[in-house]
Design a protein around this ligand. Structure first.
Ligand code: NCD
Ligand code: ZN
Length: 367
């Protein structure tokens, strides 16, 4: 990674001081290892935002109905590719949505496709469009065995669905009750613990073997749960797993800035119409695609760790998935820009995170 300007030399784990006066950052083009782009008209709006910055993205399968087969995933991939603006080379990588009834042979088809690189475990009802998810992990053991054998990655939405578990404890309880036993039972299964939000999740990944990694979103690195209630209810900060208290945000920052290669970028950018967010029972999901990289840069910079951003954003995820890094580079400039108040979206508005606010880092070439 090229860092232009003054930067402190590489320092050992966590003993870092604020970076000063860095004005541009050139990095291998990053990938987004956790992205929702929806379908149909939504693709027109959101695909160009991700394609402007990221080389590849792992597309989440939680459409309604969900993407449960390789045939569906390949057709969905074509619909996404059709919306990539000319001149950009954005590659959607696909995932399957696991249900109680996924046949193990579907995993063979996924693996053979070369572009379906993961299958996603949504505990039933845990999040947006998760109602077709897995009601008990034991039910999919034959599928997980096949994934372990063939080397297909399991992506996990790691939250307990037990109704008596406090929403702020769902991730921690999932680690104890579900993920730890699963990792023990399938020691060769590659697992990505998606969008981790707690110190317990970061610690679990840290002490696990090379087969367990995690994605971390920009918003969980930058905001704590106070953002949800700053002067009133803020629906555009509501996502699942929900934002946590400050000590957890600090633990996530430590994890991503530590240089551990098993933490990498996954924005979990999740568009919803304004109408479905700003209502009595609003949808979970933050739309961050247009500003995510700038937000990550702000978070790493505040930790004096801009020199660790490239590995997190552009190298670690590809290595975990067994793919080469992108060949081209991008440049981020320190130049404040204003996030649009909204985008036209599916006959309504799409309100991005930090709408109308400023982001300190801008992708060179963006207008
Ligand atoms: C996601 C969505 O809207 O699809 N929502 C969210 O709050 N993150 C689903 C998910 O990843 O949990
Ligand atoms: Zn998601």
């Amino acid at each position: 990674m090229l860092v232009h300007g003054t930067i402190h030399p590489q320092q050992p784990e966590l003993a870092r001081s604020p970076t000063r006066e860095v004005s541009t950052l050139t990095l291998v083009r990053p990938d987004d290892w956790h992205l929702h782009v929806r379908d149909d008209d939504a693709l027109d709006v959101v695909v160009p935002h991700s394609a402007a910055c990221f080389g590849r993205a792992l597309i989440m399968p939680n459409l309604r109905p969900p993407i449960t087969t390789t045939v569906q995933a390949l057709a969905y991939r074509e619909r996404i590719l059709a919306k990539v603006p000319p001149g950009l080379a954005f590659e959607p990588l696909m995932s399957l949505y696991l249900t109680d009834n996924t046949p193990p042979d579907e995993i063979d088809l996924a693996k053979a496709s070369g572009v379906v690189i993961a299958a996603k475990l949504y505990p039933a009802g845990a999040t947006t469009h998760a109602e077709f998810g897995v009601s008990a992990v034991d039910l999919i053991h034959p599928v997980l065995e096949r994934m372990e054998k063939l080397g297909l990655v399991l992506c996990v939405h790691g939250e307990s669905i037990a109704p008596d578990v406090d929403i702020f404890d769902r991730e921690r309880v999932f680690v104890e009750k579900t993920l730890s036993p699963l990792v023990r039972h399938f020691p060769g299964l590659k697992i990505v613990f998606e969008h981790i939000t707690t110190a317990e999740a970061a610690q679990f990944v840290r002490v696990s073997g090379a087969n367990v990694a995690a994605t971390v979103t920009a918003h969980h690195l930058f905001y704590n749960r106070n953002a949800l209630f700053a002067g009133g209810v803020r629906p555009h900060f509501y996502c699942l797993p929900v934002l946590k208290r400050e000590s957890h945000r600090q633990a996530l920052l430590q994890a991503v800035c530590s240089g551990n290669p098993r933490f990498f970028l996954g924005t979990d950018s999740a568009p919803h119409t304004a109408r479905t967010k700003e209502t009595a029972c609003g949808c979970a999901g933050c739309y961050t695609a247009p500003l995510a990289l700038g937000l990550y840069a702000e978070a790493f910079e505040a930790e004096g760790a801009l020199d660790r951003l490239e590995a997190f954003a552009s190298l670690n995820g590809a290595a975990f998935y067994g793919l080469p890094p992108n060949e081209d580079k991008i440049t981020l400039r320190r130049e404040s820009w204003k996030v649009p108040a909204s985008y036209d979206y599916c006959g309504d508005k799409l309100i991005p995170l930090r709408a109308g606010g400023a982001v300190a880092w801008k992708l060179a070439g963006d207008v």
